[in-house]
Design a protein around this ligand. Structure first.
Ligand SMILES: N[C@@H](CCC(=O)N[C@@H](CS)C(=O)NCC(=O)O)C(=O)O
Length: 225
């Protein structure tokens, strides 16, 4: 039996935040097929073994506990595997990441990207998010955020956000290089750790690339992919 079961769509997006922490913790996990997730998600809350609105949902097989909401899952997982040094900062970074995911999908696909809306986002809020993290990374000094030899939760969150985005959507990499070179380097160092590289290798040729759906199609279109 695996240590955990992760219910999520077969896309990187929010799932990679959890996968980064699971892989860094050298935990084992399985991911049920989409129809199992859809069946669980569409049951009435009172009939669900654990009531939840939307994936990710993580089941811990040692404790028997289920948890939804990416920030709660990350904090709980990282605490259990001793990956938390500065919980307030880490939660703040997770909330930042959630905001960026919300923004880059135009509120989970509520609207699709077109050339005009993308040009505005790519010239204003997206580079500002990059600059915000760049300033935090630079203030923490060289190396990982907490100064140790191993990436901890804050590093994993930054890498799951920025490396995943620019790796899966390569036309965005120059923007990150311009506005957040130290963050990009940190994210790359984290993503290249053997356990994380091995996890990512399983995704190399997979589609959807990033967030899936019509919003991914519109993103690829404005990015010329
Ligand atoms: N606040 C939630 C957001 C979860 C969420 O929006 N999940 C998306 C996939 S990334 C989903 O499947 N939404 C379907 C729904 O809301 O019914 C979290 O951080 O986990």
């Amino acid at each position: 039996m695996t240590d955990y079961t992760l219910y999520y769509w077969p896309i990187p997006f929010r799932g990679h935040f959890i996968r980064y922490v699971l892989a860094a913790a050298e935990a084992t996990w399985d991911e049920p097929a989409t129809d199992a997730l859809t069946a669980l998600k569409s049951r009435a809350p009172g009939d669900q073994p654990y009531p939840f609105m939307a994936p990710p949902l993580l089941v811990d097989h040692e404790t028997g506990r289920s948890l939804s909401q990416m920030p709660a899952i990350l904090m709980s997982l990282a605490r259990a595997h001793e990956l938390v040094v500065d919980p307030d900062r880490d939660l703040r970074l997770i909330c930042d990441a959630s905001d960026v995911l919300f923004e880059i999908t135009r509120h989970h696909g509520a609207a699709l990207w077109d050339a005009e809306s993308w040009a505005d986002f790519a010239a204003t809020r997206l580079p500002r998010w990059m600059q915000v993290h760049e300033a935090l990374v630079r203030a923490s000094g060289a190396g990982f955020l907490d100064g140790g030899d191993e990436p901890m939760l804050g590093d994993l969150v930054l890498a799951a956000l920025w490396h995943t985005m620019t790796d899966r959507l390569p036309p965005l990499d120059p923007l990150l290089e311009t506005h957040a070179p130290a963050t990009r380097a940190l994210a790359l160092r984290v993503a290249e750790r053997p356990a994380l590289a091995a996890m990512r290798a399983g995704w190399a040729d997979r589609h959807p690339l990033y967030c899936g759906g019509r919003i991914e199609a519109s993103l690829c279109e404005v990015l010329g992919m």
